[in-house]
Design a protein. Structure first.
Length: 89
């Protein structure tokens, strides 16, 4: 059985492909949420999931930009941005 190195668990350098989005770097960081809001891992994960759900339009826009997809004629996407990136964005 192959042994997996977990010494650097925050960065996955063993993926056989390149990623276009790192949630912890580009969207929200669980570590930051846990320390700034005094939450445990479960509460932090719930907060992060709700944050992503609330900002799904912005996440999709970022993904489309990274993929090079033009979204000018898609009027179904949410354009209700409150202007604040949030403390964890």
């Amino acid at each position: 059985e192959e042994e997996i190195d977990t010494s650097n668990a925050n960065t996955n350098t063993q993926l056989p492909y390149t990623t276009i989005l790192d949630v912890c770097q580009d969207i929200i960081s669980l570590d930051s949420v846990m320390s700034e809001l005094n939450l445990g891992p479960n509460g932090g994960l719930l907060y992060c999931m709700e944050y992503i759900e609330h900002h799904l339009g912005e996440v999709l826009k970022l993904l489309k930009e990274r993929l090079g997809i033009n979204n000018t004629n898609n009027s179904s996407s949410s354009s209700s941005s409150n202007g604040s990136g949030g403390a964890y964005l």
